[in-house]
Write a protein that binds this ligand. Structure first.
Ligand SMILES: Cc1cc2nc3c(=O)[nH]c(=O)nc-3n(C[C@H](O)[C@H](O)[C@H](O)COP(=O)(O)OP(=O)(O)OC[C@H]3O[C@@H](n4cnc5c(N)ncnc54)[C@H](O)[C@@H]3O)c2cc1C
Length: 349
C-alpha cells in the first residue's frame, strides 16, 4: 500500500509529491498531462510586492525568503535548471511616485523588499523615473519543473498519465482504493478542475482566465521589466509578456481583446521593435478570497486538498505544500485563513 495518492500534477501536485517523498513517504500521481493546465501556461514569476497597494503579499515574510533556496534544492533533485534569478525591475510611473517610493524604501517595512534606483535603463524602455528592484523576485520554469518531476515519478513507476475517474474511487475509513492502487490517503490537486470532483461537496473556486504573448525583440536584459504588464526574458531574444485577468469566459482560447490589452500596456513602457510570435491562454485556480486552500476534505479523515494557488502558484506552492506535509506527518496547524475548514461542509440529505 502506498502512503499518498495524488490527483493532479501541476504546481500543487508536483510540490506535494516532492515534499512527501523528501519526508520518506511513498506517492503515486495520476495526472492527465495538459498543455492547457495553468502550470504549463504560467509565466512562473514570483513577486512579493503589490505595487498598486504599496504593500507586500499575504504572509510574504514566511513565503518569499524560502523560494530561492527551495527551488535550488528542487532543481538539484531534478537535475536541471528551473529557477532563474532575474529580479523584477518595476518602472516607476511618475516623479511623485518616485518620491513616495524613495521615502517608503527607507522608512517602512518595505525597505526589506525594494531598492529604488534612478539609473539609466536601455533606450527601448520609457522609464524616466527610475525603477524599483524587487528583492526575493524572479521566475521558475513551471512547465519544465512539472515535466521533469513527472518523468522522475514515471521512472519509479509512481505516475499514471490518465484522466482520474472519480466513479472508480473508493474512500473508506482505513484505505483508499482506485483501480489496482491502494493508498492510505488521497490528496486532490486538480486546480480549476476540482469542480469535476464528485467527492468534493464544499470547495469552490473563482477561476480567472489569463493570456500571455511571446514576443521577439533584439534586447538583452537579465531582469524582468514590469509596469502594468511584465516582460520576462526567455533567452534567444524571446520574452513572455502579460498577463490579463478575466472571469467571464473560462476557456483556454487566446482572444484578440487579450492580445490588444497586453500590447496596449506593453507599449506604454516599451518603444523597441518587436514581433509577436505566440499567444497562449490558461485559467488560474483562484479562490474567492484569493487565499490558497489546504487541509482535510470534509467529511473524510484521509482525503486532503491543495488548491487555490491562483495567480501565485510558484510562490505559494513551496510554503503551503511543506505546511500541508507537516500537517499530515506531525499535525502542524494550518492557519484558518487558508484552511479548507473555512468552506462550510453541508451534509447532503
Ligand atoms: C496566463 C497565466 C499566467 C500566470 N502567471 C503566473 C506567474 O507568473 N507566476 C505564478 O506564480 N503563477 C502564475 N500563474 C498561475 C499558476 O499557473 C497557478 O497558480 C498554478 O499553475 C496552479 O497550479 P495547480 O497545480 O493548482 O493547477 P494546474 O496547473 O491547473 O494543475 C492541475 C493538474 O491537474 C490535472 N487534472 C485535473 N483534473 C484531473 C483529473 N480528473 N484527472 C487527471 N488529472 C487531472 C490537470 O490536467 C493539471 O495537470 C499564471 C496562470 C496563467 C493562466
Amino acid at each position: 500500500m502506498i502512503d499518498y495518492l495524488i490527483v493532479g500534477g501541476g504546481m500543487a501536485g508536483c510540490n506535494m509529491a516532492y515534499n512527501l517523498m523528501k519526508n520518506g513517504k511513498t506517492v503515486h500521481m495520476i495526472d492527465e498531462d495538459s498543455d492547457h493546465a495553468a502550470s504549463s501556461i504560467a509565466a512562473g514569476i514570483f513577486n512579493p510586492l503589490l505595487p498598486r497597494h504599496r504593500k507586500v503579499a499575504y504572509n510574504a515574510n514566511l513565503i518569499y525568503p524560502m523560494i530561492t533556496p527551495y527551488y535550488k534544492e528542487f532543481e538539484t533533485y531534478l537535475g536541471q535548471q528551473i529557477l532563474f534569478e532575474q529580479p523584477i525591475q518595476y518602472f516607476i510611473e511618475t516623479n511623485s511616485d518616485l518620491n513616495d517610493w524613495s521615502a517608503m524604501a527607507y522608512s517602512t517595512h518595505l525597505s526589506h523588499w525594494i531598492e529604488v534606483h534612478n539609473t539609466r535603463v536601455p533606450y527601448e524602455f520609457k522609464a524616466p523615473n527610475g525603477f524599483l528592484k524587487i528583492k526575493h523576485s524572479g521566475w521558475v520554469d513551471a512547465k519544465l519543473m512539472g515535466s521533469l518531476m513527472k518523468k522522475k515519478l514515471q521512472v519509479a513507476n509512481c505516475f499514471t498519465n490518465a484522466r482520474f475517474d472519480y466513479e472508480m474511487l473508493n474512500i473508506s475509513d482505513t484505505e483508499i482504493n482506485y483501480q489496482h492502487l491502494k493508498a492510505k490517503s488521497v490528496i486532490f490537486c486538480e486546480g480549476k478542475e476540482v469542480k469535476e470532483n464528485s467527492w468534493n461537496k464544499n470547495i469552490s473556486l473563482k477561476p480567472a482566465k489569463g493570456e500571455i504573448l511571446i514576443i521577439k525583440t533584439n534586447l538583452e536584459i537579465n531582469y524582468i521589466a514590469q509596469q502594468g504588464v511584465f516582460m520576462a526574458p526567455l533567452g534567444n531574444n524571446l520574452f513572455k509578456v502579460g498577463s490579463t485577468f478575466s472571469w467571464d469566459e473560462l476557456d483556454e482560447i487566446p482572444t484578440e481583446a487579450g492580445r490588444k490589452e497586453i500590447i496596449y500596456k506593453f507599449e506604454k513602457f516599451f518603444r523597441g521593435e518587436y514581433e509577436v510570435v505566440d499567444h497562449y491562454a490558461g485559467v488560474r485556480p483562484s479562490s474567492g478570497d484569493r487565499r490558497p486552500i489546504l487541509g482535510p476534505l470534509q467529511p473524510y479523515s484521509n482525503a486532503f486538498v491543495l488548491n487555490g494557488l491562483g495567480s501565485k502558484g510558484v510562490a505559494l506552492a513551496p510554503y503551503y505544500s511543506e505546511l500541508l506535509t507537516q500537517f499530515l506527518l506531525k499535525g502542524d496547524t494550518i492557519e484558518k485563513e487558508v484552511n479548507t475548514s473555512r468552506y462550510k461542509f453541508e451534509v447532503q440529505h
